[in-house]
Design a protein around this ligand. Structure first.
Ligand code: IFM
Length: 787
């Protein structure tokens, strides 16, 4: 069972725990307590092995394809954490004997994982055990572990075996060649392995240091080298009530690391040598010093990014936003813009480490307004993927850049073609998203424009953003077809955000977003023409903008945009959605597992019903919020929510933001709470395949764009706060055009402080009035009315 309130003192609302060992439910805390630093992600599997464990170590960007028929995926690297511990001849396992006290906790403040328990062995001997672990935020290649065991029933013989285990697979797919194994100076184990298809070298090190009652203990190792494995065993007698401790320090380097390429040409020997040297010096520092360096980095992160919520209730909301911010940082390869963010971060095999629109629409806004340089890196990743997008457009007979639905390292389409079983035919179902879920191209354009507006980073726009927009606009302009009867351009045979509707025509979200992207590109080109003729000329020479502009203008002006219906204000999700029959979706909506409907109906049957997987029209109401009135938003939120199962974790947060925007504070809070509970909540099976990355970005968005009601439109900042009634105050940082603002809200007052010097005063619209912020601004308002 998870507990949220055990953090005390400086750890209050920073720590959550699992109390009681549940060998069947390991996946939950392996994921939600995962450790990482954006370079690597380590699932928090127990040190001792269990049948239902999923031990994973992923390194960002190191994709490999196991087989021609399989999708490329992040390989599960060699395990560094497993320890076989034999006490008095009995192997430590919490599935045998009795466990008297058990607590596993993650401290979000420091990034340290702790596991403590009292184990009574089958022979009735008691041991107090404590395990600590961290992945360094300071040195992205390092991780540390510490084990402390006290025999409580008299002296005991300890035998301990651990090392580097390259026998790991991704659900059976072995991504590495056998490799080279070596032990240096009877102390440092090294495993070198290369991925089978992408030829990425991994070099892993591990070494151990022993203590008895806090004093160094020299133990002679027995060295073990086996198939895909290298490690050491140690034996010793531990006196009763003494603490035997071992620190295991480990490191991970790969040939894909940016520093591996620096200077001289890459060679595996050089990577081995350099990483061994670095490991030696870090091993010398020991667990406590390495942890302290890492914790200092976490402190700096939190000093910059912490959000404080004062609530009448328990501290769950506070913990939930910190949980989201913790995972947002560890999932993001902020060290290298060649890599994207996986839909499960670096915490599980789910979605194979691939990047989706989750990054631009759900996660990037957090970084844009907290650490903008990371947001820029995420867009650079898409810039580097332009060739993949151009290839996809060309392969499909379109112009410009058609971004793949799922990407890995190369920028090419990586969506698997076959998925879950069809309940009627028993055959695998074709996954159409890779062919038809095309809104991602507009979503990326949206993120580029939002980035430029919020940062004023013209250099990025000139060098990369403009090219991306031009190519995306060209794609959409070639994707539309003319419909004589409507006298409009239309987009046929597509999938919108709602993945329970395939092969549909005129998905409202996709049509509006495509039009938005084309219009934004036209405006950008015109502004270049006026203000930066040199850049306009360069872009025109390279991309023939002048030849393209006419077509863009025609499409932007005459693309069919489904408007709210007279009478009920409903925006048709697509040409046929509102004509389809409805069913009672309550059983699926209330179920603890997702996609239960696909166990009762085939996908084709679901496509034929008014049943939605996730926010679609509601997503549109959120992204293009200024295009729709509150009446339209209210009507569509209510209608489509009643048809939506929320089988995607991306759904709840968006519903919350739209509800906030129309003043439905309690509904907004309810959705926020449900979004917060997707991973952190009590459902012990929700996170087995990894964390729900987008939903964590969504939690931040619910708070900042929903409850605080911030809008950053066309370079203008506005706020319409609607704090949940349970909250007394909310304080958060928000970076706007290079200035770090600290915003504090109560139900009566908005206070904004410019924490870093602002080059120019910032105008903020609150309600109907525009205020000028020099260094501090205080405005009275009423949260119930929103202005
Ligand atoms: O991008 C999402 C999609 O919207 C719903 N299915 C899961 C994907 C990855 O999170």
């Amino acid at each position: 069972m998870l507990q949220y309130g055990l953090g005390i003192g400086e750890d209050q609302n920073w720590l959550f725990s699992e109390n009681g060992f549940q060998g069947e439910l390991l996946g939950k805390t392996e994921t939600i307590m995962a450790l990482g630093n954006g370079y690597m992600g380590l699932r928090s599997s127990p040190e001792e092995s269990y049948l239902k464990q999923t031990r994973n170590l992923f390194v960002a960007g190191t994709f490999n394809k196991f087989d021609d028929g399989e999708a490329t995926e992040l390989p599960n690297a060699a395990d560094l954490t497993e320890m076989e511990i034999v006490l008095g001849g009995e192997r430590l396992s919490l599935e045998s004997g009795r466990v008297h006290v058990y607590q596993k906790s993650l401290n979000l403040r420091t990034g340290e994982l702790t596991r403590e328990f009292l184990w009574e062995s089958p022979k009735g001997r008691k041991y107090s055990c404590r395990f600590l672990r961290f992945v360094s935020l300071d040195n992205l290649h390092m991780l540390g572990m510490r084990m402390e065991i006290t025999p409580l029933s008299g002296e005991c013989e300890l035998r301990w075996t651990s090392g580097i285990n390259g026998q790991m697979t991704n659900s059976g797919a072995q991504h590495f060649h056998e490799g080279i194994k070596r032990i240096y100076d009877k102390e440092i184990a090294q495993l070198v392995q290369t991925t089978t298809q992408s030829n990425i070298d991994f070099v892993l090190h591990a070494a151990n240091r022993w203590e008895l009652d806090g004093e160094p203990l020299a133990l002679k190792p027995e060295m073990n080298i086996g198939r895909r494995k290298v490690g050491m065993s140690y034996s010793c007698t531990v006196p009763a009530a003494s603490v035997i401790a071992v620190e295991k320090i480990a490191s991970v380097n790969t040939s894909r690391d940016a520093e591996a390429m620096q200077g001289e040409a890459y060679s595996l020997d050089m990577l081995r040598e350099k990483s061994l040297q670095a490991f030696r010096s870090n091993f010398g520092k020991g667990y406590a010093a390495l942890l302290s360096d890492s914790a200092a980095r976490w402190k700096a992160y939190w000093d910059n990014a912490d959000i404080t919520i004062e609530s009448e209730e328990d501290g769950f909301d506070q913990l939930a936003v910190r949980f989201a911010q913790y995972h947002l940082l560890i999932m993001t390869p902020h060290h290298d813009s060649r890599y994207g963010i996986g839909a499960k971060g670096l915490t599980g095999e789910g979605y194979k480490g691939h990047s989706f629109w989750d990054s631009e629409i759900f996660i990037l806004p957090y970084f844009l307004h907290t650490m903008p340089s990371i947001a820029k890196g995420l867009l650079e990743y898409r810039y580097l993927g332009l060739d993949g997008a151009r290839l996809k457009a060309a392969d499909n007979g379109y112009e410009g850049a058609m971004y793949p639905w799922e990407t890995a390292f190369t920028g090419k389409e990586e969506t698997p073609v076959w998925g879950a079983v069809n309940v009627l035919t028993g055959k695998a179902t074709k996954i159409w998203s890779g062919f038809l879920e095309q809104h991602i191209s507009a979503d990326i354009a949206f993120a580029v424009v939002k980035y430029a507006q919020a940062t004023g980073d013209e250099a990025f726009m000139d060098a990369m953003g403009a090219e991306m927009l031009i190519e995306i606009a060209s794609f959409w302009a070639s994707r539309v077809v003319w419909d004589e009867s409507r006298q409009a351009y239309v987009i046929l045979n597509i999938i919108g955000p709602d993945e329970y509707k395939e092969h549909i025509d005129n998905n409202a979200f996709s049509n509006y977003m495509a039009q938005w992207a084309i219009q934004a590109t036209i405006e950008l080109c015109l502004s270049y023409q006026e203000t930066k003729p040199d850049i306009y000329r360069r872009l025109n020479e390279t991309f023939g903008i002048e030849d393209r502009l006419d077509q863009w203008r025609k499409v932007a002006a005459r693309l069919y945009l489904p408007s709210p219906r007279a009478g009920d204000n409903l925006i048709p999700q697509d040409d046929t959605y509102l004509t389809k029959p409805s069913i009672d979706i309550a059983p699926y909506k209330n179920s603890a597992s997702v996609q239960g409907i696909l166990r009762d109906y085939s996908r084709d049957q679901v496509i034929g019903m008014q049943v939605s997987k996730q926010a679609d029209v509601v997503m549109l109401l959120y992204l293009l919020q200024n295009r729709f009135s509150n009446e339209v938003k209210a009507a569509n939120l209510s209608y489509y929510e009643s048809k939506t199962i929320h089988d995607s974790s991306l759904s709840m947060a968006v519903h919350s933001i739209v509800a906030s925007g129309i003043g439905e504070r309690e509904t907004a809070y309810e959705f926020f709470r449900q979004a917060s509970e997707i991973d952190l909540g009590a459902n012990m099976k929700s996170s087995d395949a990894g964390i729900h990355s987008a939903s964590l970005g969504g939690i931040w968005k619910c708070i900042v764009f929903g409850f605080a009601g911030i809008q950053a439109e066309n370079g203008e900042l506005s706020m319409t706060p609607r704090l949940p009634s349970k909250w007394k105050s909310l304080r958060f940082p928000f970076v706007w055009k290079g200035t770090r603002l600290q915003i504090e809200l109560t139900h009566e007052q908005i206070a904004i402080e410019a924490e870093s010097p602002s080059p120019v005063p910032i105008d903020v619209r609150i309600g109907h009035q525009v205020y000028r912020l020099e260094d501090r601004l205080t405005v009275s308002y009423s949260s119930a009315q929103g202005s």
